[in-house]
Design a protein around this ligand. Structure first.
Ligand code: TPP
Ligand code: SF4
Length: 269
């Protein structure tokens, strides 16, 4: 596949540090869109603010770089105005679950046909490594120099509980599995959430003495298990670990479709 057809070469070089996982997730989104064979003009990629949220700037689709945490409201407006568009939101864990947390749960609840890809590096990368709602308890951040005492959100559990109809988790160490999950999310009609783990070597890695990017990726693997093998593992083996793969998929009423039905019903009356 020729990635350059989807990239704005004039915006290169990108800002991501060596070892950052964000480029891996961005490329997986491009492979999914390439497989979908969708016209570039029919795709919109929206983001908030953060290292991950720089992604739309590099992609040659209709793109919108909005304010921190507010990508989903912008995306909701775009999708409602033109439901034919394929709308993807790219977000960091801080962007999606802290400042944008309320938009996250209500987008799930509405089940609007938007695909939210959370580039989850367990930290605020862009602003220098403050802890986020997904920073594991005990891990360090610049605002948790002695270790985080808060409990972290499980992005997937939160998405499913709030009403998202496609939920998946994947790791940047396994790009093929990431491709399957992101493609599944993009193809699904309804609100899709992908918790894509992507290491921040510069802030999370350094503060937590995690070692190289490859070591961090390996640690992700050790913290997870394949959901397809869940039945074969004991509770002890799964304790403290996160399932990866396609975790939930349901055919639920979608917001734009319901909205159209409402307009038709009211117009007739
Ligand atoms: C309203 C507002 N509050 C705070 C900021 C500062 N800010 C910019 S990016 C960011 C954190 C980004 O972290 P995350 O969303 O996890 O993405 P990452 O950089 O790790 O990819 C913050 C707090 C801002 N730009 N606007
Ligand atoms: S600061 Fe962290 S998240 Fe931001 S580009 Fe560097 S490694 Fe990636």
């Amino acid at each position: 596949m020729d990635y350059f057809q989807y990239l704005r070469k004039e915006h290169m070089p990108h800002i991501w540090c060596p070892g950052c996982g964000h480029g891996i997730v961005a490329k997986s989104i491009l492979r999914a869109l390439d497989k979908m064979e969708v016209e570039k003009d029919n795709v919109v990629v929206v983001s908030g603010i953060g290292c991950s949220s720089r992604t739309p700037g590099y992609l040659d689709f209709n793109t919108l770089h909005t304010t921190h945490g507010r990508a989903l409201p912008f995306a909701t407006g775009i999708k409602l105005a033109n439901p034919e568009l394929l709308v993807i939101v790219v977000s960091g864990d801080g962007d999606a679950t802290a400042i944008g947390g309320n938009h996250f749960i209500h987008s799930c609840r509405r089940n609007i046909d938007i695909k939210l890809i959370v580039f989850n590096n367990n930290i605020y990368g862009m602003t220098g490594g403050q802890f986020s709602p997904t920073t594991p308890t005990g891990s360090r951040g610049t605002t948790a120099p002695y270790g985080n005492i808060e409990h972290s959100f499980d992005v997937c559990n939160m998405a499913q509980a709030a009403g998202a109809s496609y939920v998946g988790r994947c790791l940047d160490i396994d790009a093929l599995a990431m491709d399957r999950i992101i493609l599944g999310a993009v193809k699904h009609k309804g609100f899709s959430v992908v918790d894509a783990w992507s290491q921040c070597t510069t802030y999370f890695g350094r503060q937590n003495k995690s070692g190289s990017a490859t070591k961090m990726m390996q640690q992700y693997k050790e913290l997870t298990y394949n959901v397809r093998l869940a039945g074969k593992l004991t509770d002890e083996e799964k304790a403290g670990k996160y399932p990866i793969g396609e975790l939930y998929k349901a055919d639920l009423p979608e917001f734009c479709t319901e909205y159209d039905k409402l307009v038709e019903r009211v117009a007739v009356a």
